[in-house]
Write a new protein. Structure first.
Length: 100
């Protein structure tokens, strides 16, 4: 399951970060109503491609809003590889490259 964005607070007994919120395929592939993940419903049921773009555009705001709503004073976050890594085919300038 591709995680698009996750937020962590504290560490478990093994020293691993504790995930307190995330947005993943359960959200962007959802067929049911209601969403309580970090995206606040923006990615709910929209499919992977649009969810990736939404997350790229909104991740900073979502993290700040989620942390504030949950009362997190300190946290770390992670963008999923699929969000952080752009492919050649995602590029808006692909047609410029091909036509050059």
């Amino acid at each position: 399951m591709s995680i698009l964005i996750a937020i962590y607070s504290g560490r478990d007994h093994r020293g691993r970060p504790i995930c307190v919120g995330r947005c993943d395929a359960k959200c962007y592939q959802a067929n049911h109503r209601g969403c309580n993940c970090i995206c606040g419903g923006k990615n709910h049921g929209v499919g992977e491609r649009l969810a990736i773009q939404n997350t790229r555009d909104e991740c900073d705001r979502w993290l700040a809003d989620y942390a504030r709503a949950k009362g997190l004073r300190t946290y770390t976050s992670e963008l999923g590889q699929i969000v952080a890594q752009r492919t050649l085919f995602d590029s808006q300038t692909l047609s410029d490259f091909v036509l050059s």
